[in-house]
Each structure stands twice: as structure tokens, then as C-alpha cells.
Design a protein around this ligand. Structure first.
Ligand code: ZN
Length: 404
């Protein structure tokens, strides 16, 4: 159950949003003034090269005066990435030390095009490239290159045996047992939500591990309180392929029963973006590669749309699977919500309400070890089905493949 927490959000939400709005207006005004005041060079120039991320994933953002098409000349297998951009000229003094996977970079003119050369610090490949038009507070086009460390490089210095490599490639599922410690969650007649979520999380972990196809981590494995931001961060830091948060519903009507699944809503995504600009713990939790907050915000938004699609896809697969089982579902069992625990911008995430702890039949399922195990086995099968299903497109509709 998450209701009270959501109410608190709604209460401080209005003031926070107003302040964020004001801050954005001020930022926009500053950016506009600065943009006019500086000699920004020709409009067909690459104006700046920026880096973000770390030694596993590095994002390179090129600020451009105009639209361009990129073509990959070297893809990283040679120790460098070279992208040629047509109709654009290199700006002045665009070379220097890189960051993360990029040791150094150089922007130079070659026969009507501009070449951006990234010398790699270690083995890496292009994960994706896309062009962003001006908007969302940014005045110019941005060409984004995401690099990720290649498997071989990631295993340096000591290459483990092949069996170990195979194991490292198994999808990682992070299971979050809702509530804990001083936060008991919803109260049933016999049980507290924090206890049934922990038991269920352990059972789901066991069921997934029995298949031999997944790595599993819990956000808590005891009666402890973990803040929401930390739960999300655990999934992000571990590079989770799926984040599933387990809860039990509560209703004023004891007849109300059934399981349901939440994914992040459009509003939730919007709030994540706003949270991101606030400068508190959430900002650190949600920080994406990149040093320019306005760029970060757009990229966060884009990443989220992709993960939202995957979250919704998983929710559908899971619900379809559970429909065939003996545990009832709420009539409208897939709901969208802006829940903080789902705000990992780059990890597909769902919140699974296992049933109503305030309903006698559901509480029995949640507290009876055999019944609960059966439900968790069913969830594990749903997860398995999702990972075995041919993957739906992950790229965001608005993304431009870079032309090359
Ligand atoms: Zn809950």
C-alpha cells in the first residue's frame, strides 16, 4: 500500500512544482541572456563537446548550430570512435581530454564534413546515437553518442573462465520488499505488509534462482527501513534488467481483493523530471550522465519513455500470465502511478500489489507459506516469459538513428 505516502506527495507537490517552475523561468532567462551576450560563432559550427557518465557508460553530447547527419567511420573496435558529420564545421579549439571511456577527443574538418574522433580509454562500442532538436530550454541541436564498455574490456584485467562469463550475462532482477523497519505498511488482521513483502521477496528470489537463468538481488533482506531513493539506486547501481517492488494493498471495503500491477505513468515521469531539477536527494538519485542540467532533463525524459514502454510490456506479460492462475486480479489490474519507487529512469520497473491484506482470502494467501509460494512461482514464470519473449522495440520513437 502506498496511499498515505502519495497523499504527502500531493500536499507538498503544489509548492514544489511552483518553485521549480519559477527556477526554470530564471534559468531560461539566464540562458537566453548568456546566449545573446556571447559570441557563439557560426550557426553551422560544433559549439561544444560535453561528457558525462562513467567508465562503464559514457555519454558524449555535441552542441550543434544546425541539424546534421552522422555517419560512423570507426565503431570502437579499433580503439577509437570516429563519426563524420555532414554540413557542419568544427568550432575552434574543440579537442582535449575526455572522460569515462574516452581518453581524448578531437574535432577536425575533412572535405566538407567534420570528423569527431574519440580515442578510447578502454574497449567500448557505440550503444546508440541520436539527434535532439532545440527545445526544453536548450537553444541548439544536440548530437548524442552513448558508449558502453565492451564485455571483453569489462573483464580486464583477469579474464574469468567461460562459465563465469555466461553467468555474468544473465539478466539481473532486483526485488524490492515494500516497507520495513519503522515503516510497517498496511495492517491486516493477522499480518503486517512489511513482513509478507519480505517473505514474498525471498520466495520470488528462490523461484527465479531455481531456473538458473537469472541473477537476483533484494533491496532489503531483513526488517529494516530503506528509503525509496536508495531502493531505486540499488537497482541502478547494479545495472538491473528489471525492478519489481512487492506490496500488499489495503482497502476500507474488506470485500475488495485481487492483485494488480503498477507502472510509471506519464505524470510520474513528468514528476521525475521535475524532481531531477530540485537539487535534493532525488536529484542525486536520478542523475544521468551529462553535466548540463537542461540536457540531462531531456535525456532523462527520453530514457524514461523507453523504460516506460518496457515496464508496460512486462506488466502486460505478467498480468496475462497471472490471469491463467488461481489468484484473482483486480478488474482493472494494470494501473499507472507516479510512485517514487518506480522512478529509476533507466531500469524497467513495476510495483506488484500482491492482493489486499484487508481481505480475509487475500490475507490468507499472503500469510500462508504454501499459497504465497505458489503466487510467487507464478510471478517468476511471468518474469521468465517476459525475458523469453522476442523483445519489443526499445528505442524511443523520437530518436533519430543519426543517419549513418
Ligand atoms: Zn505498500
Amino acid at each position: 500500500m502506498y496511499g498515505r505516502w502519495r497523499d504527502n506527495l500531493a500536499r507538498w507537490g503544489v509548492r514544489e512544482w511552483a518553485m521549480t517552475g519559477l527556477a526554470l523561468v530564471v534559468i531560461c532567462a539566464v540562458v537566453l541572456t548568456a546566449g545573446r551576450g556571447l559570441a557563439f560563432g557560426s550557426d553551422s559550427e560544433i559549439k561544444a563537446v560535453r561528457f558525462g557518465g562513467d567508465a562503464q557508460r559514457t555519454r558524449i553530447v555535441l552542441d550543434l548550430g544546425k541539424n546534421t547527419r552522422g555517419q560512423v567511420i570507426e565503431d570502437g573496435s579499433t580503439g577509437r570512435v570516429v563519426v563524420s558529420m555532414s554540413g557542419i564545421t568544427p568550432g575552434r579549439g574543440l579537442d582535449g581530454n575526455g572522460s569515462g571511456l574516452v581518453r581524448s577527443y578531437e574535432v577536425s574538418a575533412t572535405g566538407g564534413a567534420t570528423r569527431v574522433r574519440l580515442d578510447l580509454a578502454r574497449g567500448a562500442e557505440i550503444e546508440r546515437r541520436f539527434l535532439l532538436p532545440p527545445g526544453d530550454g536548450a537553444q541548439n541541436y544536440r548530437y548524442v553518442i552513448d558508449l558502453k564498455a565492451t564485455g571483453a574490456a569489462a573483464l580486464i584485467p583477469a579474464a574469468p573462465p567461460r562459465r563465469e562469463q555466461a553467468r555474468a550475462e544473465k539478466p539481473l532482477i532486483v526485488i524490492d520488499a515494500g516497507h520495513g523497519g519503522r515503516d510497517p505498511g498496511a495492517q491486516g488482521v493477522h499480518a503486517q505488509e512489511k513482513a509478507v513483502t519480505l517473505s514474498a521477496a525471498r520466495e520470488l528470489k528462490a523461484a527465479l534462482e531455481r531456473t538458473g537463468r537469472y541473477r537476483v538481488r533484494l533491496t532489503r533482506d531483513g526488517d529494516v527501513y530503506v528509503v525509496h531513493g536508495r531502493r531505486v539506486q540499488i537497482a541502478r547501481d547494479a545495472g538491473a534488467d528489471l525492478f519489481i517492488s512487492l506490496h500488499a494493498d489495503a482497502g476500507t471495503d474488506p470485500a475488495l481483493r485481487g492483485a494488480s500491477v503498477y507502472t510509471l505513468s506519464e505524470q510520474g515521469a513528468g514528476r521525475a523530471v521535475r524532481e531531477f531539477t530540485r537539487g535534493d536527494d532525488w536529484q542525486r538519485d536520478l542523475r544521468l550522465p551529462g553535466r548540463d542540467p537542461s540536457v540531462d532533463r531531456i535525456l532523462l525524459d527520453m530514457t524514461q519513455r523507453a523504460t516506460q514502454n518496457r515496464s508496460a510490456q512486462f506488466a502486460r506479460v505478467l498480468l496475462t500470465h497471472l490471469e491463467g492462475g488461481d489468484h484473482p486480479l483486480l478488474r482493472r489490474s494494470h494501473r499507472d502511478a507516479g510512485l517514487a519507487v518506480l522512478l529509476a529512469p533507466d531500469v524497467p520497473a513495476i510495483l506488484f500489489e500482491m492482493g489486499f491484506i484487508t481481505n480475509p482470502e487475500d490475507e490468507r494467501v499472503l500469510t500462508d507459506e504454501r499459497a504465497r509460494r505458489r503466487l510467487m512461482r507464478s510471478v517468476a514464470e511471468g518474469i521468465d516469459r517476459y525475458f523469453r519473449e522476442p523483445s519489443a522495440p526499445v528505442m524511443v520513437a523520437g530518436e533519430v538513428a543519426g543517419g549513418g
